[in-house]
Ligand binder design. Structure first.
Ligand code: DC
Length: 242
């Protein structure tokens, strides 16, 4: 069905919108970044934006346990800007919150523990989606997240839905944290992933779900190279203008 729809559409290879959605820690950003590099497209990590807002909430003390002060959050959102800037030191785009580089801070446990909770809030999603659509206006973009193919760009030219078992995702995340020198505990990492899966898939607004026209990529037993081969095959099946 997917191939039928997409093959009927005539696409311009230079400005496709590619949505990559899926569960936490299943390698979406590695995959999406590689695709963007291959096609010379912009790459936007929408999860980093939700992480940046969460960081701000923790810094301003507006989260207390399971409760978030919505009034204070609304005021914060009105005054908040998130963007991605190229940094020479690391030769990559990094996340900036109100002009400050927060790339490292947003990856820590302090943010991971609360990010799904903050992402459930309608006002937060509204603001993030409007920024994300601005980035996608001209096409030539790969964006990864949870609702990119369903809500942000329902008309995306190509939608990939990524998944892998929770055990494998936790192992990958644990390894990544250890390599960064973070003092991580495997069971805690796995619990966090399972909790986020549950909240992300069951929240009222824009829950994580496969768009009907998305193609599933289960990379539990695939190398990055194999995933790229899979993607190239997919790309070659689309119908492009001359
Ligand atoms: O991709 P990530 O794990 O860095 O995302 C962090 C959190 O942000 C994730 O638990 C859910 C939320 N998120 C979301 O709700 N919608 C998106 N488009 C991207 C992320």
């Amino acid at each position: 069905m997917f191939y039928l729809c997409r093959q009927m559409r005539i696409l311009n290879k230079n400005n496709l919108i590619i949505a990559v959605d899926g569960y936490s820690s299943c390698g979406k950003s590695t995959f999406a970044k590689k695709i963007a590099g291959k096609l010379n497209y912009k790459y936007i990590d929408s999860g980093a934006m939700y992480r940046a807002i969460t960081l701000l909430c923790t810094k301003k003390n507006i989260i207390s346990g399971e409760k978030i002060n919505i009034k204070a959050l609304e005021l914060l959102l009105a005054d908040t800007d998130i963007d991605f800037r190229f940094t020479d030191t690391r030769n990559r785009h990094e996340t900036f919150l109100n002009g400050k580089n927060v790339e490292d801070e947003i990856r820590g446990a302090g943010v991971s523990d609360y990010v799904s909770q903050v992402s459930e809030i309608g006002q937060v999603r509204e603001k993030m989606v409007s920024i994300q659509r601005r980035y996608g206006k001209e096409g030539g973009i790969v964006m990864d997240g949870r609702d990119i193919g369903t809500v942000v760009f329902p008309e995306a030219d190509l939608k990939v839905f990524m998944t892998a078992t929770a055990e494998i995702r936790a192992k990958r995340r644990y390894k990544e944290l250890k390599e960064k020198g973070v003092d991580a505990n495997f069971e805690a990492v796995k619990k966090n992933i399972e909790k986020r899966d549950y909240i992300d898939s069951n929240r009222k607004i824009s829950p994580l779900k496969k768009a009907t026209d998305a193609i599933v990529l289960d990379n539990s037993n695939m190398t990055v190279q194999e995933q790229m081969g899979w993607f190239e095959k997919l790309l070659s099946k689309l119908n492009y203008e001359d």
